[in-house]
Each structure stands twice: as structure tokens, then as C-alpha cells.
Design a protein around this ligand. Sequence first.
Ligand code: BG6
Length: 478
Amino acid sequence: MNGVSMKTGFLWGAASAAYQIEGAFEEDGKGWSIWDKFVRIPGKTFKGTNGNVAVDHYHHYKEDIALMGEMGLKAYRFSISWPRVLPDGSGKPNEKGIAFYDNIINECLKHGIEPMITLYHWDLPQALQDRYGGWESRQCADDFAAYAKLMFERYGDRVKYWITINEQNIFTKFGYVTAWHPPGIFNDRKRWLQANHNVNLAHAKAVLAFHDLVPDGQIGVSFAYGPGYAFDCAPENVMACQDYNELENYWWLDVYCYGAYPAAGVAYYMAEGVMPEVTLEDKKLLKAASEQLDFLGFNYYHSNVSEANPLDGATQFGHMNNSGDKGSDDIMGVPGLYKMPPNPYLRTTDWDWAIDPEGLLYVCRALTSRYRKPLIISENGLGAFDTLEDGKVHDSYRIDYLREHVEAIEKAQLAGCNVLGYCVWSFTDLLSWLNGYQKRYGLVYVDREEAEGGSLKRYKKDSFYWYRQVIQSNGTVL
Ligand code: BG6
């Protein structure tokens, strides 16, 4: 199939996160993260899966990066495990942990791959959670800034693309509202919004420290963006869509790009008595950081639908499909504002995520209109059951998904969006936080199941060869 050539230097990438691939959870001086502890609580993850070994990237990194080189990957987005480099969260660095990421970076450069670092992909040092309640304390923003500076100093000579925080909207809400993520607090919006505000401060402090230490680098963020289409043109549903966008998207995006919370969101949370404490100093800090944000990264998997929701309607506390048992998701929402029914026009994955490539075009255009920043699609991919047969995985369903999404990016480019790069989630198969190892995303298959003990051998899927050809042709052969 013919596609459109992307701009020269387009970052054809793939992504991962430390906890989901590394394993070696206690090796070479690494401290525990909040996930190392949380996964040990019975019932929290699919079949009790954890990242003790994950896909053992810690010991397979050379092989994995050589495969990236063979694919011709232009960029590799990975995250640093904060407790691997600072086991206590602050203080004395663990030089063996620092050396591990030095090796990753050098290996990438050897293969002509641009390393792209995410500073925080959810694995807060457990030491900071124990010391002062993690993100609930403003001190965490300072400790994050010190950690970020250390990383800029150690790796900034070779790494030019940096992402502060991954999916702040997801990990804070799941941590303090639904209790699906650590620290596992249920339905406490006051604590959620304060912790979230402290993450904003952490992000801002890191951004403000960045350009002095890495003058030729670029820094951004990764936001989980699911647009919420109005269910139909009934005014109450269009209003629900507005509320959804204010509270699910602009609540974060406006802070990153304008340095301020959206007015309707502030009014709503004030009326609910849960607005976080925001000082004058905080406002100045957020504003200054927004002016120094180089790009807006976002992760796109699916769109949502917004429909009016009565006060006694859908809540955020239903069942989430973590098993791949299609059709088992509950409809969720915020009582009095909006709920998110399925979209009758779209197909879904086995985990009930809508498949909507057009939504990626929609998102690129919406972000460009509102914020005018260059964009990086920092994650996009298909979680599916894969079958290994005779050393091969024929994942034509994944190729179709990726092809349609790449087409959407090409349309976005033609529509004037400045898209710098695209990272397929994920390079190898990995641990899906709540869904175990059976929900596979990789271009490379890894032999392991929910239980420990697979060979951990790597196999190139059909999608590996497909993406290689897309990269080689700069998007013209799809
Ligand atoms: C994003 C995360 O939410 O989506 C990744 O940044 C995650 O870490 C990915 O794995 C897919 O989600 P899931 O729940 O299917 O693993």
C-alpha cells in the first residue's frame, strides 16, 4: 500500500518502560519501587503477575538493541527506573544503575538509534512513599527535580529527547481514585488532585532545569489522550463532551502548555471542595515551564464517547476488562457530568479498547489547534493474544492496526500538524501492568507466560518486518 513520505528526520520509533521490561528488580543495588510492593498484594494484577523478571531486558539489552538496529529503528523511547539509579529516591546515586543506562544509550548510538528518555514511568522509589507519602508531599517534586538534574548531567551529552512524566492522568487517578495502581487509595479526590498538582510541580521544575544542562536538547511530556466524542448532537451530550474534555484532558494539557488549570475544571473542583492548594509561586513556576516545553508527547490507543450522566448514573468504579474477555468492561463515568458508553461505529480489541485510527488524526489536529506545539506520538499499538508457531508470529491484525494509524499521522502532517516522531508500543513483548503477559504489544515476541520460567527467547513477528519496510521507505510503503 502507498503512503506519504514523512519529513526528513522523522523519528520512527518504538517504546518501553523500565518496570515492564527490565526485571532484575533487586539486582546491582536497585531499590524497590512502589510497583515492586504493590504487585505483591493479592488480586491487584492479572494472575498475580509482577516485574521481578519481566522480559529480562536487564540481561538481554544488547540483543534487544541489536534487533532494533536490524529493524532500522530511528528512535527508542525507554524509561529510567528512579530506584535503580537512586535506591533511596534521593541522596547517593547507585553507580551500577547509572552504568546500566549508560550502556543502553551507548548501544543505541552504536546502532544509529536516537535514545529518548522518559524520567518517570510510574515506578516511584518505595523509599519516598514510606518517607513522606510519595507524590502527596511537595518534597517529592524537589526530589524528582534533583533526580532529573542528575540524569541530565549524566546522560545529556548523548540524549537529546527527554520526557518528564508518562501518563500523569492515568497513574494519579488509578492511584487515588480507583485504587488500581499504587498507592492504592480508593475514591479520595482531594488527595488525588493534590498529588497530581505536586506531579505538575515536579514536571515544571525538571523542565526549568533542563535547557541549561542540555542546551541542544528538547523536553516534553507524555499524556494519555483519549478524545471523547459527543454521543450525538443532543445538547446535553455535547455539554457532557465539553465536561469530559475539561476534566479528562485539559486539566493536564492546559497546565503543560499554558501553565494554568482550565477555568471550568477549577470551578467544578472548588464547588466539590477538592481543589488542590495552588500558591502564587506554583502559578509562576507552571507558567514559566509551559513556555519552555519543546514538544507535546501523547500516547494514543483509543477514543471514548461522552454522554450525559445523571447524578445516580455511572461511576468510575466499575469492572475493567483485564482478562481479554471481550465485552466485560463496565460503562464508567462521573456522576452528574458524563459517562463513556461504547462507540457503535467502531471495532474493539479483546480488551474492549475501541480501534479508531481516525481518532489519531483528530487528536493531532485538536492538539495543534489548541496548543501549537510540535507533537510526538510517544505510544501507539495493539494489545492482542499472539500465537507462536514454528518460530513465527503472523500478526496481520497488528500490522493492519499500525498501518491505519501511520496513515492517520501522514494525513495529520498534510493537515499542517508538526509531528516529530511516532513510537510503536512496544518493541518487545512486555508486562502489561494489570493485564499480565498475555496482552502482547511487541514487534518482537518474547517466550514467557504469566508464570515465571519461559525461555525468554526473542522471535521477530511479521509486524517487525512490516515496520522495517515502513521505516526504510520513510512511510511510503505501508
Ligand atoms: C500506557 C502505558 O498506558 O499504555 C504503558 O504508558 C501501557 O505502560 C500501555 O503498557 C498499554 O496499556 P495496557 O494496560 O494494555 O498495558
